[in-house]
Design a binder for this molecule. Structure first.
Ligand SMILES: [Zn+2]
Length: 489
């Protein structure tokens, strides 16, 4: 057996034991954590605010668990009962979720993975092809559409800037698009409804797909396979869809939701433009500079007013939900704030909980840093890698200190045992146990049998008896005294 192999096999064995223990420990930890949390947390009333189809905001407070009592009031704390509400409480208004420019997201997938680079586009009736948006994954990257025939599963063609083509588009013919912004730049139309719209605008069918590029809004018709520039304007930040509020009709209780016309909401640096891409209709709302860092929901109300809903989070875990009514010039007409103490722990406390659940520096440190990159990139003053890491460390240092401390203690136990048993490869094992923390120590202890340590007849030091000679003085151990039952062959 080569020297290299002599350490390789035990290390792999210890690694498997460590990872198995880490997974089992994390499950037990979270189960206990959840049980303790449920036992000690008082059942707090649950608040929920929603925007109704007529643009009014109501707040529902639910008290108790399964048999919950729900009370719904307006923001002026006037009770609302379902019977009095002409639109029906369940009919909520669609707001457009508009993200700020600097915040990048790959949705639920890791950056650069295929899942984050391909988006399936909704096909409308008639489904002639299935269309996907495929991105090359780069920050200032390129994307094109590819269609597949649902029967033969063969490519049916491609759509680039210049429209439909049979071959894969050349780089010049791709849509320039930031990989991290794919999810905030695509909106499609809706299923056509048989009801007549209140404002007589043509509906946007579901096979119309809109792509927000840096300087343009592009419409792709997946049935006609045509590309059209709807709007040319620099600094498009994100794109969403919304429905405009409906006028309340007194004394006419509505049992069905009214068909709501879908509009596109385009967030630009200093304004939100609500457009109807087919008729060309457009209404603009100026944004105050304060909002530039926030993701917000944008609701268009009647009489050229809008409602902006966003959440401010402070470091102690308090979340303030802000409802701000504005006019087209961006002046605040009314503002309501609801501060709620979050039920979940603050970021520093959470970092400690995660570190205790998975006390493995080699896993937890890259995870925390990658997580921080995702959360903090684009928030105030965090433009580059160094400032993002600084911000991340300022929030999650308690957890990082804890996990390294546990790793160091485990490594010390490992070092002591290595010395006691006079084992080789001490440096390798100590580094291994430090990196894999407490589970690493468990893996180290259980990857082999440990021989008994008995006092050496020569020097009296406790000596491991899995060898011929004493590890302390080097003297050969005497063979056990013959008992007369030995077999000599
Ligand atoms: Zn000895």
């Amino acid at each position: 057996m080569s020297k290299r192999e002599a350490i390789f096999r035990p290390l792999v064995l210890a690694l498997i034991v460590s990872l198995g223990f880490a997974v089992a420990w994390a499950m037990v930890f979270f189960w206990c954590y959840a049980t303790v949390q449920m036992a000690f947390q008082p059942s707090q009333p649950y608040h929920e605010t929603s925007v109704l189809a007529d643009g009014s905001v109501v707040e529902s407070i639910r008290v108790g668990g399964a048999a919950a009592q729900s009370i719904t009031t307006t923001l002026d704390e006037e009770p609302v009962s379902e019977g009095e509400d002409p639109l029906g409480l369940r009919f909520e208004l669609d707001g457009a979720a508009l993200t700020p420019s600097r915040q990048l997201s790959t949705g639920p997938y890791p950056p650069g993975s295929w899942s984050s680079r391909i988006t399936r586009l909704p096909f409308g009736r008639p489904p002639i092809s299935w269309w996907y948006l495929v991105h090359n994954g780069a920050r200032r990257g390129r994307a094109y559409l590819v269609g597949y025939d649902p029967n033969s599963k063969l490519p049916a063609g491609y759509i680039g800037r210049s429209g439909f083509r049979a071959e894969e588009p050349t780089p010049d013919d791709c849509f320039e698009m930031d990989a991290g912004r794919m999810y905030m730049c695509i909106v499609s139309g809706a299923e056509l409804s048989p009801h007549r719209r209140p404002d007589n605008l043509p509906e946007i069918p579901s096979w119309m797909v809109y792509l927000a590029l840096d300087d343009r809004l592009v419409e792709v018709d997946l049935v006609k396979r045509k590309v059209r520039t709807v709007l040319e304007e620099k600094g498009i930040v994100s794109l969403g869809a919304l429905s405009r509020a409906l006028r309340k009709v007194a004394g006419q209780p509505q049992t069905q939701p009214q068909p709501l016309q879908r509009f596109l909401a385009i967030r630009m640096k200093d304004r939100v433009a609500v457009i109807h891409p087919i008729s060309g209709l457009r209404r603009d709302y100026v944004l105050s500079a304060e909002l530039s860092a926030y993701t917000f929901s944008f609701y268009e109300l009647l009489d050229d007013t809008a409602l902006i809903r966003f959440a401010r989070q402070s470091k102690d875990g308090t979340v303030t939900n802000v409802f701000r009514w504005i006019n087209a010039e961006g002046e605040t007409l009314r503002e309501e704030q609801f501060a709620r103490r979050q039920h979940w722990p603050s970021v520093p406390a959470m970092s400690c909980i995660v570190s205790l659940a998975m006390p493995v520096p080699a896993i937890i440190e890259p995870y925390m840093l990658a997580f921080a990159q995702e959360i903090y990139l684009g928030s105030d003053g965090a433009e580059d890698f160094i400032s993002v890491m600084g911000l991340a460390l300022s929030m999650s240092w308690p957890g990082l200190v804890l996990v390294n401390f546990l790793g160091a203690i485990s490594a010390w136990f490992c070092y002591r045992r290595q010395k006691r048993y006079a084992r080789p490869w001490t440096r390798t094992w100590v580094v291994f146990v430090f990196l894999f923390g407490v589970p690493g120590l468990v893996g180290y202890l259980f990857h082999r049998r440990w021989p008994p340590r008995l006092p050496c007849p020569e020097c009296d030091a406790p000596a491991p008896r899995d060898r011929e000679a004493c590890a302390a003085c080097g003297k050969q151990f005497a063979p056990p005294a013959p008992k007369g039952i030995e077999v000599f062959a």
